[in-house]
Design a protein around this ligand. Structure first.
Ligand code: UTP
Length: 271
């Protein structure tokens, strides 16, 4: 059973500057609801019981969003608006599930994951990257089912444009497990077009083994001087750890760039 999820939120969000110089992009509304709530709903619906947020001091506003009890209590006392009461109850439910850990410097996704080491209880956990929304089908839930069946690590996968491979973690396909699932032979972070082993990218949903922490502890910075989770995954694959790529059935929305964010709002608005 996968009961814990982690969500790295300590990045700089440079693609959404200037907004992100003062605000956390994960709280930006998508069709009236903060992006992070879509991710939390996906977790809850997939049976996750505890969620670990990795934030930085600059992202403290995310913690404040879930810890505004005094504010809500005062407002509700003055004005018993059913909408406000409903929203407060929802926030309280999420708050009970969330733990916060801090990443001091944005050294990369791998370093962010390492901050959660002492909180992970089971052999496997789920990781979701909040810029990647997947709607219409619960990707985490499908991945947990695959994990339960094959007892392996799982990553969400999607075909991308050949000339865009250098934006993604690209993997090398191994043998087909069944209709939408493949074994992974290798994964490379942001490869040049010529070096890409395929045009299949890893999207921000991962079921990772606890073993990844010992890889991360010894990992040197990779592309762009950052400690990438992809490099630790590659190292585990080379040690024969089984990773399955899952071609998810939902619709992918990229909320990490301004263009993507605008399109996501329009797409969710019409569904
Ligand atoms: P990205 O590097 O894709 O996004 O990190 P970013 O840093 O948020 O934004 P850009 O690229 O500068 O526009 C993927 C995820 O990992 C988190 C980010 O918050 C994001 O959710 N992250 C990244 C960390 O938590 N710590 C890091 O050191 C780096």
């Amino acid at each position: 059973m996968i009961k814990q999820a982690i969500i790295p939120l300590a990045g700089l969000g440079t693609r959404l500057l200037p907004l992100t110089s003062v605000f956390a992009k994960e709280l930006l509304p998508i069709n009236g609801k903060p992006g992070i709530e879509y991710i939390l709903e996906e977790c809850v619906d997939a049976g996750i019981q505890e969620i670990i947020f990795i934030i930085s001091k600059k992202k403290k506003i995310i913690k404040d969003y879930f810890y505004s009890d005094t504010f809500y209590k005062k407002i509700i006392k003055k004005k018993s608006d059913p909408r406000i009461i409903k929203e407060y109850k929802k926030i309280l439910r999420f708050k009970k599930m969330i733990k916060f850990v801090y990443q001091e410097k944005p050294l990369g996704t791998g370093d962010a994951v390492l901050r959660t080491k002492k909180f992970i209880k089971d052999d496997f956990f789920l990781m979701l990257l909040p810029d990647d929304l997947i709607i219409k089908k619960n990707c985490s839930k499908s991945m947990i089912n695959i994990h339960n069946q094959y007892k392996s690590s799982v990553m969400a996968s999607m075909k991308v444009n050949k000339n865009e491979v250098s934006r993604w973690g690209i993997y090398k396909l191994g043998k087909k497990v069944n209709k939408n699932n493949y074994q992974i032979k290798d994964v490379i972070e942001k490869p040049k077009i010529k070096k890409a082993p395929s045009n299949k990218a890893v999207i921000g949903r991962y079921i990772l083994p606890k073993k990844i922490f010992s890889k991360l502890e010894n990992q040197k910075p990779g592309k762009g001087g950052e400690i990438h989770i992809t490099d630790a995954i590659q190292s585990l694959i080379f040690d024969n750890e089984k990773f399955i790529a899952h071609d998810f059935l939902g619709k992918y929305l990229d909320c990490g760039s301004m263009n993507g964010y605008i399109k996501s709002s329009l797409e969710i608005g019409k569904s």
